[in-house]
Structure formats: structure tokens, C-alpha cells
Design a protein around this ligand. Structure first.
Ligand code: AMP
Ligand code: TRP
Length: 326
């Protein structure tokens, strides 16, 4: 069975972009693949965090992921920092990637431009991400479109290591969903929906109440030509609504576009589809929220399963590079 691995940062709430761009795919993959999913709390440290905030966000994210449909009996779900192999392999990856390669990462440019304190970890972030992926002999990495560059650098690192030291790592491929790959901000459809962005009216949280979802979608920015068709360049606002409706109803934006002639109708149906998509997730989350000890127990089990796989890969890499005796 092919192995799937992906990770997500515990930095605030999950939004519709995370859900449609990545998590729906994670849930689907666990049916037919050997799936490993990681809450990347070490990556969260690349930007300053309050300890309480990090602790709470990590637990909440685990509960959200289970609520969305990740089944700890079917896939491995764990906290990155609880599996020390990730930081250990990350150093080997830092010494395999070049300064120039790291310097070309658009995520670094983006985040370093927006933050006052720029940690060394923010710069070497992709080396840790490569370690995450390569530790599990991963074939496929389901992520949103914004992670393309990070998966490409992971492939480059794996290929370089393999060619220098002999075959060690599986070279992974990314999987980007056709609809939902890039959900945009409802108020600024030229930029992606994001939890770090200060745009509450443009972002829909997975835990958002239903009235607020309807309001935000009704107020979503469109355009004035009155035509409903999918064209992200010329009609970013309308196309975003079509993408959301399509992803929420397992269709394509082009297909859903044919059913509408008025923006108002498109907005009402999009809001309804989003509410229906989120309803069961919200119910399940409230249940899990009342029993944090159970989530922590599941995460502990996840870490020990993850270590069984990652310790073997780390040892192989340490042997190949000359740190352990062959
Ligand atoms: P992040 O919230 O940046 O840690 O991203 C977690 C996952 O959600 C990654 O796979 C991203 O590619 C995906 N993602 C984040 N924002 C969006 C968005 N606006 N549209 C689609 N996918 C997204
Ligand atoms: N950089 C990813 C993001 O911001 C999170 C991440 C860390 C990840 N390690 C990973 C994603 C490994 C996929 C695989 O979304």
C-alpha cells in the first residue's frame, strides 16, 4: 500500500481553505493508503508563540482533525515534537540543502517580510519539513497548492542525499486537489484564505456559527459584470465561490457554474453547502472537546506508532552519512 504523509501547523483555528485544500484529501486517502498525519508543533515555533497558546492550539487541532474525519484507528496521528527523530533528521537535511535553495523559498520571503523577529528556524523550515516527509518513506504528500515549492525542495534534498550516500530515501510526490486547491479570502479574492491574515470577514473558520457563515458569504466580494463563469484571473471573487461550492459538493467549478445566473443564488447555495459540510464536524468537535484526556491518549499511541517507522529511517540515514557504523 502506498504511504501518504502530511502535516499541519497548530497556529490558530482551521479554516475552510485548510479543510477543502488539504484535509478532505487527507480523510479520503486513509481509506486506500497507509496514512500518517502530523501536527507540526516544531514548525509552529518558527514564529514566536506563547507556551499556553501553543499547548492549547495543538490539542484543539488534534480534536479538529479527528472531528473532520481522521480516524486514529485507520491512520497514524501524532505530534511532531513527541517523535524526536524529526529534529534529528532535520539537522542532516539542513546540511544537505544549500543556503541558496533555502533563500529561494517564497514562504520565507513572505513570512520574514511580515514579522518583526525572524528566527533561524523560519529560514531552515523546509529542511525540517523534508525530514517529516522522508522519515516515513512517503510516496504521496496531500497538500494545498501553496506547498508545491516545499515538496519540490524535499524531492531535491532526497535525490541529492541518495546520489551522495546511496539509496536512502523514497522520493515523494505531491497531491493537490483539483477543486479547493486554493481557496481565496472572501473580501480579498486575490489572496488566499489564511489564518494568519487579519481578515476576519474574509475567512471562514471550521467552527464558525451558521449565521456568521451566511453573512460572510453574502458579503463576499464579486464583480459588476453579472456573469457566472469560472475564470480566476478575470473573475476572482465569483470563481472563489464556485470553487468553494464545487469542493463542498464534490463537483467542479465549471460544472456548478452552469446551474446559476444570479450572484445572489450562488451565494445562498454556497452558504448552505458550507453549513452542511461543517455541521457534523462541529458536533463531533464539541464531543471531543469535553474529553481532552482521550485525545492525549490517542496522540500518545500515534507517537509510538510513528517512532516505529521513523527510527528505522533515521538509523539508515545516520549509517549512510557516516555517523553510525555500517
Ligand atoms: P497551513 O494552515 O498554512 O498550515 O496549511 C495547512 C494545509 O492547508 C496545507 O496543506 C495548505 O496547503 C492548505 N491550505 C492553507 N490555506 C489554504 C487555502 N487558502 N486554500 C487551499 N489550501 C490551503
Ligand atoms: N509547511 C506546511 C504548511 O504550512 C506544514 C508541513 C510541515 C507539512 N511539514 C509537512 C506539510 C510535511 C506536508 C508534509 O502547510
Amino acid at each position: 500500500m502506498a504511504r501518504v504523509f502530511s502535516g499541519i501547523q497548530p497556529s490558530g483555528e482551521l479554516h475552510l481553505g485548510n479543510l477543502l485544500g488539504a484535509l478532505v484529501n487527507w480523510v479520503n486517502h486513509q481509506k486506500s493508503h497507509d496514512a500518517v498525519y502530523c501536527i507540526v508543533d516544531l514548525h509552529a515555533l518558527t514564529l514566536p508563540k506563547r507556551p499556553e497558546e501553543l499547548r492549547e492550539n495543538s490539542l484543539k487541532l488534534a480534536q479538529l482533525l479527528i472531528a473532520v474525519g481522521l480516524d486514529p484507528d485507520k491512520s497514524i496521528l501524532f505530534m511532531q515534537s513527541h517523535v524526536p527523530e524529526h529534529s534529528q533528521l532535520a539537522w542532516l537535511m539542513e546540511c544537505t540543502v544549500s543556503f541558496g535553495e533555502l533563500n529561494r523559498m517564497t514562504a520565507f520571503k513572505d513570512k520574514s517580510g511580515r514579522n518583526e523577529f525572524i528566527s533561524g528556524g523560519l529560514f531552515t523550515y523546509p529542511a525540517l519539513q523534508a525530514a517529516d516527509i522522508l522519515l516515513y518513506d512517503t510516496d504521496l504528500v496531500p497538500v494545498g497548492d501553496d506547498q508545491r515549492q516545499h515538496i519540490e525542495i524535499t524531492r531535491d534534498i532526497a535525490e541529492r542525499f541518495n546520489s551522495r550516500f546511496g539509496n536512502t530515501f523514497v522520493v515523494p510526490k505531491h497531491v493537490i486537489p483539483p477543486a479547493g486547491a486554493r481557496i481565496m479570502d472572501l473580501q480579498h479574492p486575490d489572496r488566499k484564505m489564511s489564518k494568519s491574515e487579519t481578515s476576519p470577514a474574509g475567512t471562514i473558520s471550521v467552527l464558525e456559527d451558521h449565521d456568521s457563515i451566511t453573512k460572510k458569504i453574502k458579503r463576499a466580494v464579486t464583480d459588476s459584470d453579472g456573469e457566472i463563469r469560472f475564470d480566476s484571473n478575470l473573475k476572482p471573487g465569483v470563481s472563489n465561490l464556485l470553487s468553494i461550492l464545487a469542493a463542498a459538493t464534490s463537483s467542479t467549478p465549471e460544472e456548478v457554474a452552469t446551474g446559476y445566473s444570479r450572484y445572489g443564488d450562488l451565494k445562498i447555495d454556497t452558504a448552505e453547502a458550507v453549513i452542511e459540510l461543517l455541521r457534523p464536524i462541529q458536533v463531533k468537535f464539541r464531543e471531543l472537546e469535553s474529553d481532552p484526556a482521550e485525545t492525549n491518549r490517542l496522540l500518545k499511541l500515534g507517537s509510538s506508532k510513528a517512532r516505529e517507522i521513523s527510527s528505522v529511517t533515521l538509523e539508515r540515514a545516520m549509517t549512510k552519512i557516516g555517523l553510525l557504523n555500517a
